[in-house]
Design a protein. Structure first.
Length: 475
């Protein structure tokens, strides 16, 4: 009799987590040189396999762009390493000899890394590498639609790590993932930290598991195009972002909010660069397919504009870069205002940056609080008004938000896991990386002479259990 898939998944996760804990007990004793040698070997192996892993991801998931996925794999290996290579994750990391105050670091232990189907190989590589650098073990729980490409990514870096001395079992991947199996793994006694990248339901589940957890929130990123902006730069920047793996990064633009005086110039610039401004009829057709229930339709995620139009029942040229649909409101009565994760943008017009601020806030409040906001402007006052006032933890100025928010086209910390802070119901607003996976111990030597100055206050001879500063009960 065949074993129930959920039971098989639960047992597999339990076994891998137990093996990971045993491997971690050895790995936590490694010195910095050993850790860095293992991590660098993983980086080099992942980079070398970046093209083949990208092809596998496109073939398996049916979404995204091969060249973009290859770039994301390189970003999650080589660019990531440049950022974290000098990070100390062993021993004393801060020393104040005058005050005799020190900080040392230790790892969490076993990390359960949940990996989505939108960025499968790059996220798997990223999470495995930052865990190795921070002396943690990792068990990857892949999205069921991406098991082959995620498990292959894990195999590539696991074998490189073990060739360079990593204990067997330190890095592994669940091959039979189910929702029940992932839920059980989150609560397993050998799981020390959950690193969850996925939809709101998954992240909520991670935070409810009774373990430390880093989760991320949804994007629904608005972009303000100010009257002081260069319309052509705005069009090129947004289109560069939308055509980068067909907008599958959660920081990709979802709505344009255009300052009224430059509306025509901005839309003309978009058309010049291959965008299609949908008619009212075409927009209505798209509105009928973008959502499924109270969420985005997965059939449109990461698809090319011509494919999305065909699903809606109309045609656009194959070379179309992005679909633009004009809207006037935000909410479930206006489905085009949701997060879509594909080259389909909702277009709003606002008269002045203050009105634009309000519209951007509406979009963020409808599923993007704490994540990312884009702005095209030359007026510094406007830029900083948005930076200070908007509930977004990544403000990308005059450039693509997909590449900017993850740290590819900006100097933000390279990451495939973007925290959204309290506004997005996350524990951190960081671009999560290796520094988030270590704990600091604080070592303080007693101040000179403190004990000599300390006087023990007189104590009552007998004090009852209900004693308080205002009430003493004599026994």
């Amino acid at each position: 009799m065949a074993q129930d898939p959920d039971l098989r998944s639960i047992q597999e996760g339990r076994d891998l987590l137990r093996q990971a804990k045993e491997a971690w007990r050895r790995y936590r004793t490694f010195d910095q040189a050993q850790v860095d040698r293992i991590t660098l070997a993983m980086v080099e192996a992942g980079a070398k396999a970046s093209r083949s892993l990208a092809r596998l991801a496109v073939d398996e998931t049916g979404m995204g762009v091969l060249e973009s996925k290859e770039q994301k794999n390189l970003f999650s290996t080589l660019d990531l390493w440049e950022d974290i290579k000098d990070l100390r994750t062993v021993g004393i990391v801060h020393a104040d000899e005058e005050k005799r105050f020190y900080q040392t670091v230790e790892p969490y232990g076993v990390v359960l890394g949940i990996v989505p189907t939108t960025n499968p190989t790059s996220t798997a590589l990223f999470k495995a590498i930052i865990c190795a650098k921070s002396r943690n073990a990792i068990v990857v729980s892949p999205h069921p639609r991406s098991v082959r490409c995620i498990s292959e990514s894990v195999r590539v870096v696991r074998e490189a790590a073990e060739r360079n001395g990593a204990p067997p079992g330190l890095i592994s991947c669940i091959m039979n993932p189910t929702i029940e199996g992932t839920q059980a793994a989150m609560r397993d006694r050998n799981t020390d930290l959950i690193l969850a990248t996925g939809g709101p339901g998954l992240v909520k589940e991670a935070y409810s598991a009774g373990k430390p957890a880093y989760g991320v929130g949804p994007g629904n990123v608005p972009v303000w195009i100010d009257r002081s902006a260069d319309p052509d730069l705005a069009a090129r920047g947004v289109i560069a972002s939308q055509t980068f793996d067909n907008g599958t990064i959660c920081a990709s633009e979802q709505s344009l909010v255009i300052d009224a005086p430059v509306r025509d110039a901005v839309l003309a610039a978009f058309r010049k660069h291959g965008a299609h401004l949908c008619s009212a009829e075409e927009s209505a057709k798209l509105a009928r397919i973008v959502a499924r229930g109270r969420g985005m339709n997965p059939d449109i995620v990461g698809q090319f504009p011509s494919r999305i139009a065909a699903l809606a029942g109309f045609e656009v040229p194959e070379e179309t870069t992005v679909l633009l649909c004009e809207e006037t409101a935000v909410g479930w009565d206006h489905p085009l205002s949701i997060e879509k994760l594909c080259p389909l943008l909702t277009v709003y017009v606002a008269d002045g940056w203050r009105e634009g601020c309000e519209r951007c806030f509406e979009v963020l409040e409808f599923g993007g609080l704490g994540h990312t906001l884009g702005i095209y402007a030359e007026d510094e006052q406007v830029i900083w008004a948005f930076a200070h006032e908007k509930p977004s933890h990544r403000i990308i100025v005059n450039g693509p938000t997909s590449q900017g928010a993850v740290g590819y086209s900006t100097h933000l910390q390279p990451s495939m896991t973007l925290g959204c802070g309290a506004a997005g119901m996350n524990i951190t607003s960081d671009n999560v990386s290796a520094h988030n996976l270590i704990l600091r111990k604080h070592v303080g030597f007693t101040k000179p002479g403190y004990v000599d100055r300390y006087e023990v206050p007189p104590r009552p001879a007998k004090v009852g259990p209900y004693s308080s500063p205002g009430f003493q009960r004599t026994v």
